[in-house]
Design a protein around this ligand. Structure first.
Ligand SMILES: Cc1ncc(COP(=O)(O)O)c(C=O)c1O
Length: 304
């Protein structure tokens, strides 16, 4: 793991690591009452470009609402904090930015209400590829993705990610790079930290949110820009059989960006190499995040 940048934004101040601390009695450590986002910023042509900052900040606030956990700063203040953090750390490399807020108050029987005090922190670190962009292997997880009947699937909460951790542990134990989780009805849901797309005859197909998939910002971006590529898109339930017989499969997410899956358990997907449709989607995504696409410069916030 790369080194975390020197300064951390903590409750309105830019502090060095040693000063940004919370007590071990904090509620979030015990019960997972933390809310987080993952954002990327790309260094290109002498500037740092934050991808879809507005969308991330909107989801950041919204995630907490499912649990009555309050974000005590305005969207404007959070966006400024993220930009200030990048500037203070003089970031001149593509990086990952992690904002989070959490209940810091002590109380083993604390009733969580909007009034419960929260801390907000933001840190960043240089970040390249999460996965091998030439393609990865995956398996269908023994763990099912949780559904809205038990925990809100659209909330990016610390506690929710225990399901992802189990699925990842299982996949790695079996020697695969990544897991694919099925929803409660046995349809494809998503990966532990990524949405999934299959390609069938030049159509991009992705599961609906009712399959417990997160409303991913990368997923949404692909569904928008694929129109420019003259690709058809479909949001529909995907069975295991359809997944196995897909022409191509790729994952989408802030950290994973667009990552091809070239082998699913023992089955080669397509030719067993990155498919042509996936290649085109990867190139378009890369152009957009690097701010090399005029049409989508509205998705970019320059830091400098
Ligand atoms: C469970 C899960 N699904 C999908 C995604 C992809 O979402 P995004 O494209 O907004 O990063 C993420 C990452 O945030 C995630 O954690």
């Amino acid at each position: 793991m790369a080194l975390i940048s020197k300064y951390i934004w903590f409750d309105g101040k830019l502090l060095t690591h040693d000063k940004a601390k919370v007590p071990v009695t904090s509620h979030a450590i015990h019960y997972g009452t933390s809310v987080f986002e993952g954002i990327r910023a790309y260094w290109n042509a002498g500037n740092l470009f934050i991808f879809r900052l507005d969308e991330h900040v909107k989801r950041f606030r919204n995630s907490g609402k499912y649990y009555n956990i309050s974000l005590r700063y305005s969207d404007k203040k959070i966006k400024k904090a993220i930009i200030d953090l990048c500037r203070k750390n003089k970031i001149k490399k593509s990086c990952y930015i992690r904002p989070f807020y959490f209940i810091g108050q002590y109380g083993i029987n604390l009733h969580v209400t909007k009034k419960a005090p929260t801390h907000v922190a933001i840190f960043s670190f240089p970040f390249g590829d999460l996965f091998d962009k030439n393609g990865i292997t995956a398996c269908i997880s023994i763990w099912r993705k949780f559904s809205d009947e038990s925990t809100p699937t659209q909330a990016k909460m610390g506690g929710n990610y225990l399901n992802s951790i189990l699925a990842t542990q299982d996949a790695k134990k079996q020697g695969f790079d990544e897991a694919i989780l099925l929803d409660k009805n046995g349809f494809v849901s998503e990966a532990p930290g990524e949405n999934i797309f299959i390609v069938k005859k030049n159509t991009l197909i992705t599961p609906p949110l009712s399959s417990s998939a997160l409303d991913g910002i990368t997923r949404r971006s692909i569904l928008t820009f694929s129109k420019d590529l003259k690709m058809k898109t479909k949001i529909k339930n995907i069975s295991k059989k359809e997944l196995r017989s897909a022409d191509e499969i790729f994952l989408s997410g802030t950290a994973a960006e667009i990552t091809p899956i070239i082998k699913l358990e023992k089955t080669k997907i397509g030719t067993g190499r990155i498919g042509n449709v996936t290649k085109v989607v990867m190139k378009k995504y890369s152009d957009i995040v690097m701010n090399e696409s005029k049409k989508y410069s509205k998705w970019i916030t320059p830091v400098y």
